[in-house]
Design a protein around this ligand. Structure first.
Ligand SMILES: O=C([O-])CC(=O)C(=O)O
Ligand SMILES: [Mg+2]
Length: 210
């Protein structure tokens, strides 16, 4: 039976193993014209235009291999176009595990945090975003709030969040790493690929290549 578009029909979701296949795109799109993106994408996935990707890959959208997040996120950080393999994290009003991840080397990955959509405090602040930039993370997507917006907007990294809030989060260290999450109507698995630009955010089961 066909899975819904927002579903994640893949077995690796449950097992958490990394998809290895790269999907060749049916598109003539070349590299993004923003030169800063080209320089900063050396270690990461190619910056693809999300609208072109969708137009050229309706079959992947139909099969659920390519999904778009509902447009709930605000754009922060200097990199408006970013992409990379996804690391998932589920927390609620607690930011210890987010900081732990961003202290690691990023290797062009994108941290996707399901913060339960809480609008009651910020689970990401300026310090870990600075660290993420220095550690080579491509981006951070937060289903929740951030703070230190001016500081974050100065960082060479892509950040998406529902909004900003001045309250800090708890520091108990509660949460789950590398689990399947559902945010903005879309199920997302650790090891899938994320492509973000000013039109929106796509999640693909496999790496998309031009
Ligand atoms: O302290 C916090 O919880 C969040 C914050 O502002 C930061 O990390 O910069
Ligand atoms: Mg701060």
């Amino acid at each position: 039976m066909r899975q819904p578009m927002s579903g994640c029909p893949f077995a690796h979701c449950q097992r958490g193993n990394q998809p290895s296949r790269a999907r060749k795109l049916n598109t003539n799109h070349q590299r993004h014209s923003n030169s800063r993106c080209q320089k900063s994408s050396l270690m990461a996935a190619l910056p693809l235009a999300t609208a072109e990707v969708c137009d050229a890959n309706t079959h992947l959208i139909s099969s659920g291999e390519l999904r778009a997040l509902q447009p709930l996120f605000k754009i922060y950080g200097r990199r408006q176009v970013f992409s990379g393999p996804i690391v998932t994290l589920k927390v609620f009003e607690d930011n210890v595990l987010i900081r732990e991840f961003l202290e690691e080397k990023g290797h062009g990955r994108v941290l996707v945090v399901d913060g339960g959509g809480s609008l009651r405090c910020a689970i990401l602040g300026g310090n870990p975003v600075q660290q993420a930039q220095n550690n080579g993370w491509a981006g951070i997507v937060v289903n929740g709030c951030i703070r230190d917006v001016d500081e974050i907007n100065g960082c060479d990294i892509g950040v998406r969040a529902l909004g900003s809030h001045p309250f800090k989060a708890n520091k108990k260290g509660m949460g789950e790493k590398h689990v399947a999450i559902t945010i903005a109507g879309t199920r997302i698995c650790d090891g899938e690929w994320l492509y973000a630009d000013t039109d929106g955010i796509l999640v693909s089961r496999t790496e998309l290549t031009v």
